[in-house]
Design a protein around this ligand. Structure first.
Ligand SMILES: Cc1ncc(COP(=O)(O)O)c(C=O)c1O
Length: 1003
């Protein structure tokens, strides 16, 4: 058959192409691939009405002729200039042929991720398309058509076809809702519409590290005339199906459309009932089809997503209206602008709710960055809640808390929006607080009616709370809320009761009455209660402030305050970035395409300036967790006393040394304290030279030992990097013992010895130049080389060879030491090898700059032959107390054991993911030192550098920090603080599974 159409395409269009048939219900759709371009050959069914094809061709041409960048295919004219040709098929029937350019990309149905950016782009494309179609007309557009959404009421006569009683009721409700809006809908102007932007008629492109974009809106076969909001509602009806956050998806779609084809509030308000009507038409239609075709199970299956959405999704229509209006920058209600104007006009003339004028009252910030309430951002103990803001207390004087301030004081699970500690959470305060002693009366800012009065007794809830309603002179109603009151108010006020401007109507509660908080009033304004009812959110997810900030704007005017005084602005990340670029070197790199700024941490979580939580699966410096209270305490305690150096006696130094030595075998006896891993490695080189009288060093390729001249000389990762200083002649490299990608694979039983033997050649090279070997230095498990676990026995064998050749062995345990590996305190234990020098850094100070070198008395004595050794800050009293505390915490909290348990959980989960996702080439690690090697082709096992960068960025978007490593930067590095818990490991696995599903590689 394709031979026939191939000939037709050649004859009539002069296109020589390979053909392959695509899906199509009634007509033939054929993909035609010529040498340089792809086309879609449309072969219409035999009885097809030519004017219907003409409609589509004219519409495509019209859109193209607008000159707008709209992602739609162009019609390819035939050789005779016509846009369609009449030809015979092989059976002799007459068929209409036409040809379209093939848009790139995949159908939206099969595309991932369906990001909000992609959905927003879809909205923009749709808006542009409808704007273009507004000036298009064609006689065939006038048709009676069950898919014309203005005629959705046809389903009324068929609701009984739906068997299930609940579903019948649901469809009846939707139908009634549609009948209610239909008169309004029918008054809107009509125009030509696509009318079927479903997920198979949308094409999208993009992939690892290229933004997702809409690349085609195809198939104009359902065109008709209707109000443009119908086109948007139809697209919306498909976008929400099985979407985890349908409201956000709708907001992205509608705001995109509004960008390119501005909507009126009235149109936006129609979207939700129209969306539901479209889904109802769809399920009723397929129910009728299923009755006609009882043997086609696919018809019933295809209804699944629409039923799931209609039956299970809890979306409040009023709140959705407000959301969609707000995301388009339109007022959340029609009355909102006049209410805001009223408040503005009367600023300065309201009765003071605290009685006294608070214009000069001090502001106290409880923000994520300014405040450390509560110490644990995942739990607010009542003891802390009752003292929140104690630092601003001044003899009972009033102080104010900010509006729009992100805070971590809303710490309980009720404020979390997902299953994980790092799930989105509500942090941004939607009110102004006035802190004052309990018992203080509050006064109505203007005439009011009591709307709600209650005692909300929940843990850290409001206690006594009052909502008042107010009316503007134009008769518009708005509301004010007063939380954390003495619940006696429930006895003194009743709903419906009038209150006069300036009347005292309630009093501040104490912590036993007000939910548990330091005495204050939470004073919130709302322009509507639609969607909130009586239980208003007092705080918002920072990414939802466009909505909640519009419904509950700054109430400053009602307190006679200027808005700016009470409006909090977190440190602006963009400004910090700009200033950083001004003041720092260009090779000081930032992680992530969109850099992240952190202002607080706790255990293995970090918080950005808006209080968004992130799971820290990357940073090994906070070994015992961010902001550990014992480290805070010991540092503060020592700073209160004194801080000096090793020239004076202090037990902090000896106790720290003894603690480290208790973890090491003989012959380790002597410690040197320095400020960093770099300095410790630099010192290790000096010791090696002093002890051997030699200079030459052997080290595995791609290693890293620090950033000073000497440390870089032994760090191939740096000296061989683009722009690096190159390999010094006294340094010899050996291949990394990488069992996955290196010369000797995991399947080779002799690989440890074979890798170790590579050292022989390096020794021979050194000796052949009449030079002497000073030593061997390696990250015991190479980390920057790609989280590699060398085969057991490798290092013991290398050390033997090095010692035979007169060198000493340096184990850089900066990344691997102190219990991270779970089974071992140090990585050399796994290798059954005892080094001569051990270098420790990073985690040993848990963030405080600290490095340690430990060696034998013999080597230390060789070094002691030289000049005095002194490091000003190495061995500071403060550093030593912190270092000792870190090691004690590892023991006291069983963190090595936790590393083992969590590491095993993570590794087995990752190995399960490896079976599912072809882009995982290798999973390796020990304890919480883990690497996942990503590949771009499962046959060639090529390094998936771009994929790794994509995964790292996507994980960050989903609030998980991890890194990439390895010579080709294709290995995901997972290396969290040792405090990580089972739920967090499960979060990593769940999000990774989701992210890897977005990746396809050649197999
Ligand atoms: C294995 C290893 N050694 C040494 C260093 C240098 O430590 P620092 O940056 O504290 O000087 C690093 C730092 O990343 C490291 O990973």
């Amino acid at each position: 058959m394709t031979t026939h159409w191939k000939k037709m395409l050649q004859t009539h269009w002069g296109i020589s192409a390979d053909l392959s048939q695509l899906d199509g219900e009634y007509d033939l759709n054929i993909l035609a691939q010529s040498a340089d371009q792809a086309y879609i050959l449309k072969v219409m069914r035999p009885d097809c009405d030519a004017s219907f094809i003409d409609l589509q061709i004219q519409a495509f041409d019209h859109i193209e002729n607008t000159g707008q960048q709209i992602a739609m295919p162009a019609v390819i004219p035939a050789l005779n200039g016509e846009r369609m040709c009449e030809v015979k098929d092989e059976a002799g029937a007459t068929r209409l042929l036409w040809v379209l350019e093939k848009c790139p990309g995949k159908t939206y149905a099969h595309f991932a991720p369906k990001s909000n950016a992609l959905i927003h782009d879809l909205g923009q494309q749709l808006g542009k398309m409808d704007a273009a179609l507004c000036s298009f007309d064609h006689p065939s557009l006038e048709r009676d058509f069950k898919w014309n959404l203005t005629q959705a009421n046809w389903i009324d006569g068929h609701i009984e076809a739906v068997q299930d009683a609940h579903r019948q009721t649901l469809i009846s409700e939707i139908s009634a809702e549609f009948a209610h809006i239909r008169p309004t809908l029918c008054e809107l102007p009509t125009q030509a519409l696509h009318n079927d932007v479903n997920d198979y008629n949308i094409l999208a492109t993009g992939g690892p590290n290229t933004p997702e974009k809409i690349s085609g809106l195809i198939d104009l076969g359902d065109m008709c005339k209707a109000p443009r909001i119908c086109d948007l509602a139809i697209a919306a009806a498909y976008i929400v199906l099985d979407h985890p956050q349908p409201e956000q998806a709708l907001a992205a779609l509608v705001s995109g459309y509004h960008d390119t084809n501005p909507l009126s509030p009235l149109e936006i308000d129609l979207l939700w009932p129209l969306l539901r009507a479209r889904l109802a038409v769809s399920v009723v239609n397929s129910t009728l089809m299923a009755i006609e075709n009882p043997n086609d199970p696919y018809i019933v299956i295809s209804q699944g997503p629409a039923w799931r959405f209609l039956e299970n999704t809890q979306i409040h229509p009023g709140l959705l209206k407000a959301r969609l209006r707000a995301v388009c920058g339109l007022p959340v209600t029609d009355e909102a602008p006049e209410i805001m104007a009223f408040l503005e006009e009367n600023r300065g003339h309201f009765a003071n709710i605290m009685f006294e004028d608070v214009r000069n009252a001090p502001m106290g910030s409880l923000s994520v960055e300014n405040s450390t309430w509560p110490q644990n951002p995942f739990h607010m103990p009542l003891k802390e809640a009752a003292r929140v803001g104690a630092e601003f207390e001044d003899n009972g004087k009033i102080w104010l808390g900010y509006y729009s301030e992100p805070r971590l004081i809303y710490a309980e699970p009720a404020f979390r929006k997902g299953p994980w500690l790092a799930s989105d959470r509500r942090t941004v305060h939607l009110a102004i607080d006035a802190f004052a002693p309990a018992g203080r009366p509050l006064y109505a800012p203007m005439d009011a009616t009591v709307h709600v009065v209650e005692n909300r007794r929940g843990h850290l809830d409001y206690g006594g709370v009052v909502i008042l309603s107010h009316e503007t002179p134009q008769g518009h109603t708005f509301y004010t809320l007063y939380g954390h009151l003495n619940p006696e108010v429930c006895k003194t006020l009743t709903p419906g009761q009038s209150i006069k401007k300036g009347d005292a109507f309630c009093r501040l509660g104490d912590p036993t009455q007000n939910g548990g908080w330091a005495p204050h009033v939470h004073f919130q304004l709302a322009l509507t209660t639609d969607g909130m009812g009586e239980d208003w959110p007092g705080v918002s997810d920072p990414d939802e402030m466009y909505l909640w900030g519009a419904i509950c704007p700054n109430p400053a005017a009602l307190m006679n305050l200027p808005d700016e005084k009470a409006h909090y602005h977190p440190t602006d990340k963009e400004q910090i970035l700009e200033r950083r670029q001004k003041h720092f070197s260009k090779n000081l790199k930032l992680t992530y395409d969109d850099p992240v700024m952190f202002v607080r941490g706790w255990k293995h979580h970090l918080f950005d300036e808006w209080g968004r939580p992130y799971l820290d699966a990357y940073n090994n410096v906070p070994h015992v967790g961010h902001a550990h209270p014992r480290i805070q305490a010991v540092a503060a305690d020592q700073l209160k006393r004194m801080n000096s150096n090793t020239r004076y006696l202090h037990k902090a130094q000896t106790e720290f040394a003894e603690k480290i030595l208790s973890k090491l075998p003989a012959p380790f006896e002597v410690c040197f304290f320095v400020n960093s891993g770099t300095e410790a490695n630099e010192l290790a080189l000096r010791l090696a030279r002093a002890h051997t009288g030699a200079k030459a060093m052997i080290t595995p390729n791609h290693g890293y030992h620090g950033n000073t001249t000497g440390a870089i000389d032994i760090s191939a990762y740096k000296f061989n990097a683009p722009g690096g200083v190159g390999q010094p002649d006294w340094v010899k490299l050996v291949e990394v013992a990488d069992e996955y990608r290196g010369s000797f694979k995991r399947s080779d039983p002799d690989r440890a010895e074979k890798y170790a033997d590579l050292v022989d050649a390096a020794i021979v090279k050194i000796h052949s130049k009449n030079e002497k070997l000073a030593g061997f230095i390696a990250e015991t498990f190479p980390s920057v080389g790609g989280q590699i676990i060398p085969p057991q026995g490798y290092l013991a064998s290398v050390y033997e060879k090095i010692r035979e050749a007169g060198g000493i062995c340096i184990a850089d345990e900066v990344q691997t030491g102190l219990g991270r590996l779970g089974d071992y305190y140090f990585a050399f234990e796994h290798q059954n090898a005892i080094p001569d020098i051990v270098v420790l850094g990073k985690p040993i100070g848990n963030g405080h700059p600290l490095g340690v070198l430990v060696t034998s008395r013999e080597i230390a004595d060789s070094f002691a032959q030289g000049p005095e050794y002194f490091s000003t800050f190495g061995g500071s009293t403060l550093s030593c107390r912190i270092g000792k505390e870190v090691l004690d915490i590892v023991d006291d909290e069983g963190l090595q054991k936790n590393s083992k348990i969590m590491g095993d959980r993570l590794l087995s989960g990752l190995r399960a993911l490896q079976k599912k996702h072809a882009c995982i080439g290798d999973v390796r690690g020990m304890g919480l030192f883990v690497g996942v090697e990503l590949i771009s082709n499962s046959k060639t096992q090529n390094e998936g550098t771009e994929i790794a960068s994509y995964v790292k960025n996507r994980m960050r978007e989903n609030r998980i920090l991890m890194g990439t490593e390895g010579p080709k930067d294709n290995i995901l590095k997972i290396r969290p603080p040792l405090t990580i818990a089972a739920d967090d490991v499960d979060m990593i696995l769940a999000i990774m599974d989701q992210t890897l599903s977005e990746i396809e590689i050649d197999q």
